[in-house]
Write a protein that binds this ligand. Structure first.
Ligand SMILES: O=C(O)CCC(=O)C(=O)O
Ligand SMILES: [Fe+2]
Length: 347
C-alpha cells in the first residue's frame, strides 16, 4: 500500500518532456512578468564582520533586512569549488531515471522526500517544480531512507553543506540581533536547542507557457530565516516590495538570506519576511537549494521585549506551533503572519 501511494504522481519533469501544461498549473489572472525591475539586494561581506569595518557591515545587514527582507552574503566560508559540487549533486539527482528517484518518493500525505507540489487546498494552483525535501537537524529526526544514494557522493557533499549551513545560520542570527543592539543570542535562544533545519532542493524544468505558470506561487517562508543557494546562471526568484515584483539578482557563489515569518515576529516587525515567487522560462532548467531554520515548537516565539516600547508597541502575539498555523491559514488563502498580528485582529 505504501509503495502504491508512493508512485502515483506525475513529475513536472515528465510534463515538460511531454510538452504538457495541465490546467491546474495555469494562473488565469494576468500574465506573469519575468522582466520586471531588478531589486538592489545589499551584498554583505561576512569576512568584514570580524574586522574594523564590522559596524558598517552590520548596518548594511540591518538596512537590507528592513528594506527588502533579504541580503546576499559573500565570503561565507564555503569555497566556490565546493558550491559547484552542491549544484552538481542536485542536477545529477534530478537527471536520474524516474525509477531511481521514486525510491525516495514522498507519500501522498507527506511533504518529505522526492515529489511535486503538495496539494493543501482544492483551489490551489500547482507549482511548476519537482522537489527533494529532507529533514536534516536535529540528527535524530533524519529519515535517511529519503536521502539519495545516487549520485554516489550525494550524502557526503550534502552533509558537509548542511553542517556549514548550521554554523552560518547561527552566525547570521547573532549578527541580526547585534545589528539591532540586542544581546547576540536573543534570536538564537528563541529558536531553541531543538530547532530544526529542513532542506529543499527545487528543480524547475523549462515550461512551455511561462507567461501563465509559476515555479512557486507567492508565499513568505514560515522559517526564522532561510538560506538559498540560487542557480548560478538562471534567474527566476522575484520579491514583492511596495506592491511591485522585483527580480532578485544572481551573485555568483553568494548565498541569499531571507527573513522568515518567525524572525519578523521576534523582531516585532523591524525585519520583514518578504513575499516572493519563482517564475519559469521556456528554455532552461533551474536548480536551487533552500535551507529553512525552524524554531523549536515546544517553547514558542514572540517579539523580543527590548523591541517593544511606546513608539513601537507589540505588533505580534506569541506563537507556539507556527508551522501548524501556516498550513491552516493556507487553507483560508490568508498570509499566515496575519494570524499572529495584533492590529489585524482588532480591526
Ligand atoms: O528557488 C527559489 O529561487 C526560491 C525557493 C523558495 O522560495 C522556497 O523554496 O521557499
Ligand atoms: Fe520561499
Amino acid at each position: 500500500m505504501a509503495e502504491n501511494q508512493k508512485t502515483v504522481f506525475k513529475s513536472v519533469q515528465e510534463l515538460a518532456n511531454e510538452n504538457q501544461v495541465p490546467e491546474k498549473y495555469i494562473h488565469t489572472q494576468g500574465s506573469i512578468n519575468s522582466s520586471c525591475p531588478m531589486l538592489n539586494v545589499p551584498v554583505v561581506d561576512l569576512r568584514l564582520l570580524t574586522s574594523t569595518a564590522r559596524k558598517q557591515e552590520l548596518n548594511k545587514l540591518q538596512s537590507g533586512l528592513k528594506f527588502c527582507g533579504c541580503i546576499q552574503v559573500i565570503n561565507h566560508g564555503l569555497a566556490d569549488s565546493f558550491l559547484d559540487k552542491v549544484h552538481e549533486i542536485s542536477k545529477q539527482f534530478f537527471a536520474l531515471p524516474a525509477e531511481e528517484k521514486l525510491k525516495y518518493a514522498r507519500t501522498v500525505d507527506d511533504i518529505y522526500g522526492y515529489g511535486n507540489d503538495s496539494v493543501l487546498s482544492d483551489k490551489q494552483k500547482l507549482d511548476w517544480t519537482d522537489r527533494l525535501y529532507l529533514n536534516v537537524f536535529p540528527e535524530a529526526i533524519r529519515n535517511l531512507k529519503l536521502w539519495p544514494q545516487k549520485p554516489e557522493c550525494f550524502r557526503e557533499v550534502f552533509e558537509e553543506y548542511i553542517n556549514n549551513m548550521k554554523l552560518l545560520s547561527e552566525s547570521l542570527l547573532k549578527a541580526m540581533a547585534v545589528s539591532l543592539n540586542l544581546e547576540e543570542n536573543c534570536f538564537l535562544d528563541q529558536c531553541g536547542e531543538g530547532r530544526e533545519m529542513i532542506a529543499r532542493f527545487n528543480f524547475y524544468p523549462p515550461c512551455p507557457t511561462p507567461e501563465v505558470v509559476l515555479g512557486i506561487k507567492p508565499h513568505a517562508d514560515a522559517s526564522a530565516i532561510t538560506i538559498l543557494l540560487q542557480d548560478k546562471e538562471v534567474e527566476g526568484l522575484q520579491v514583492l516590495k511596495d506592491d511591485q515584483w522585483f527580480r532578485v539578482p544572481i551573485v555568483p557563489y553568494g548565498l541569499l538570506v531571507n527573513v522568515g515569518d518567525q524572525v519578523e515576529i521576534m523582531s516585532n516587525g523591524i525585519f520583514k519576511s518578504p513575499v516572493h515567487r519563482v517564475v519559469t522560462n521556456a528554455d532552461q532548467e533551474r536548480n536551487t537549494l533552500a535551507v529553512f531554520i525552524m524554531p523549536d515548537v515546544t517553547d514558542g516565539i514572540g517579539p523580543v521585549e527590548k523591541l517593544i516600547n511606546e513608539e513601537m508597541p507589540r505588533a505580534y502575539k506569541d506563537v507556539k506551533n507556527y508551522v501548524e498555523l501556516f498550513f491552516q491559514s493556507y487553507q483560508h488563502g490568508k498570509r499566515p503572519i496575519e494570524t499572529a498580528m495584533i492590529c489585524q485582529e482588532q480591526d
